[in-house]
Design a protein around this ligand. Structure first.
Ligand SMILES: [Zn+2]
Length: 549
């Protein structure tokens, strides 16, 4: 029968566990000193060994010849547990059994004595998934467990475990396993399996596994399955995990230095559609930029403009490891990098030179770039025609800001903020992902009826909003079934506008509703607001905004 590598090489004693030195020390000491608790809570990221440790602990407390806190693997109990013959170790996956019934059954069965072992162990995996009712039932059991019962609860999301449960458990934290430690373990396994694989590929596997050993071993297994002989090459790694080629990396690099956010977004779609791994891609991008830096210093002195890019990309890479919305975060992160990069460049000479070289590179593979060039040209045309409409857009932007202030109230603001969360569902949407991402990234500052002031950190983000303004409105209409009026400004502009607003309120200056230049819907011009007192003004946004000295 085929056994997965993860199961095959799962540690059986504390000494085999990889990493987790703190957790190991706590458990080993309590075993050595015979100070065993009745309830443990293991928390930490997925694949870091919580369930494995729970099983080892279950075996160790039952071992009849425990030596220095390590199970003997020979006694009757060790043998029985290792061959999975015991009924005294009960595993419950709360992710699939989150009902009260299962826990109630535990409550009934805890009073029964063990069938063969010293201790009866309940291992509840992903305990945070239990329903409130099940938690309450569990709590009752945890309050006074019989002597022979030990609960080991495990969770990847300790925030969701009620504090009443946590306070009754001995809590042990499991950390992400370092890439070096994962690599070492992969190396051992490869050697035992007779697999030929180079060090740098093992390191790559470790890096893309986000500190989870289970995922890392799973990834190694995928590579073994993809290789004909027992040899894993870089090509196999690249084709299995969607490794970026140099042309794609070069194109991507160009979008950053050319301040081409639209181009970057369409490349991100290409990445996404071809199933490439974003974390690997960013890692490769770092190597790519490092080569650029090397080339720079072969020709120049002074500060290379790409050095900061490496830091930024590395930061993004770490952020990507902790998100479920990887595409959205990747795009938002790169947009940030693009804006940062193009804002901070003083010496444009290098970039201009780079662009020239890039243009000649473009000729090398016309076929590959053809599609993207066509796309770029049509975008250019769009930009050109939008410039003519730009003045109207800017003017309306001011009007909408004015109208928002005229109609603003705290209730509408709260309501729209709640509604905005719905955009979350569209972040990974093929068609509207980048639009949803853009809207989601904005800070909702004020809202009155359907007028919203949205602010962004950078000027370039605001400009991008103007470029896709119609799509933003259309998308909001599609999601909420309502016409919204957006005023897009920078955070800095918001500060000024807010100060002005407070000043106007103090001086009893009215905000009058103005009509939009190309408005489809007429706004009721009779509706105006007049502030008699500061109290009324503070009602609009909440106390935090209107501060009187
Ligand atoms: Zn034993």
């Amino acid at each position: 029968m085929y056994q997965s590598l993860y199961r095959k090489y799962r540690p059986t004693t504390i000494n085999d566990v990889v990493g987790q030195s703190i957790a190991l020390k706590i458990i080993k000491n309590s075993l050595k000193n015979n100070k065993i608790g009745h309830a443990y809570l293991f928390s930490g990221p997925r694949g870091t060994g919580k369930t494995t440790m729970a099983k080892i602990l279950a075996k160790s407390v039952n071992c009849l010849n425990l030596i220095d806190g390590i199970s003997c693997e020979k006694c009757k109990n060790c043998v029985e547990i290792n061959s999975n013959e015991t009924v005294d170790i009960i595993e419950i996956d709360a992710a699939s059994n989150n009902g009260v019934d299962e826990i109630r059954e535990i409550r009934n069965s805890v009073s029964l004595s063990c069938s063969s072992l010293k201790y009866k162990i309940y291992i509840v995996d992903e305990v945070h998934m239990l329903t409130i009712g099940a938690f309450n039932a569990l709590l009752k059991t945890l309050e006074e467990p019989p002597e022979h019962i030990i609960f080991i609860l495990a969770t990847t999301d300790v925030q969701k475990v009620p504090s009443t449960i946590i306070s009754r458990c001995q809590c042990i934290n499991f950390e992400s396993i370092s890439a070096i430690n994962i690599k070492r373990r992969l190396q051992e396994i490869s050697e035992k399996e007779g697999i030929k694989i180079e060090d740098n590929i093992l390191m790559k596997i470790a890096e893309i596994s986000n500190g989870g050993l289970r995922d890392a071993i799973g990834n190694l297994e995928k590579l073994i399955a993809a290789s004909d002989e027992k040899m894993i090459t870089l090509d196999i790694f690249n084709s299995t995990f969607g490794f970026a080629d140099d042309i794609l990396l070069n194109e991507f690099f160009n979008t950053i230095i050319e301040n081409n956010i639209n181009g970057m977004l369409s490349l991100s779609d290409t990445l996404y559609n071809s199933g490439k791994n974003y974390i690997i891609f960013v890692n490769e991008m770092i190597t790519f930029v490092r080569n650029k830096i090397r080339i720079f210093y072969e020709k120049n002195n002074g500060i290379c403009p790409y050095c900061d890019l490496v830091f930024q990309l590395d930061k993004l890479c770490n952020q990507l490891k902790n998100t479920d919305n990887i595409k959205a975060l990747f795009e938002a992160g790169i947009i940030n990098i693009i804006c940062h990069f193009n804002d901070s460049i003083d010496n444009n000479q290098v970039i201009i030179q780079e662009k020239k070289e890039n243009n000649s590179n473009h000729l090398i593979d016309k076929k590959i770039f053809h599609e993207q060039e066509v796309k770029k040209n049509s975008e250019k045309e769009k930009n050109f025609s939008s410039k003519k409409e730009n003045s109207v857009l800017i003017e309306n932007n001011e009007i909408i800001m004015n109208n928002t202030f005229a109609l603003a109230n705290k209730h509408d603001l709260q309501k729209i903020k709640e509604k905005w969360n719905k955009l979350n569902e569209y972040l990974l949407d093929q068609k509207n992902g980048s639009i949803a991402c853009y809207l989601f990234d904005g800070n909702i500052r004020a809202c009155g009826k359907n007028n919203i002031i949205l602010s962004y950190e950078y000027d370039s983000m605001v400009n991008r909003g103007f470029d896709i303004y119609d799509s933003l409105i259309e998308f909001l209409n599609e999601v909420f079934n309502e016409r919204y009026y957006l005023s897009l400004i920078t955070d800095e502009q918001w500060k000024t506008a807010k100060d002005q607003y407070i000043q106007n309120v103090k001086n009893h200056v009215e905000y009058k509703i103005k009509e939009l230049k190309t408005s489809e819907t007429k706004i009721d011009t009779k509706q105006t607001q007049n502030f008699e007192t500061m109290d009324e003004a503070s009602l609009l946004f909440g106390e935090d905004i209107v501060e009187i000295k």
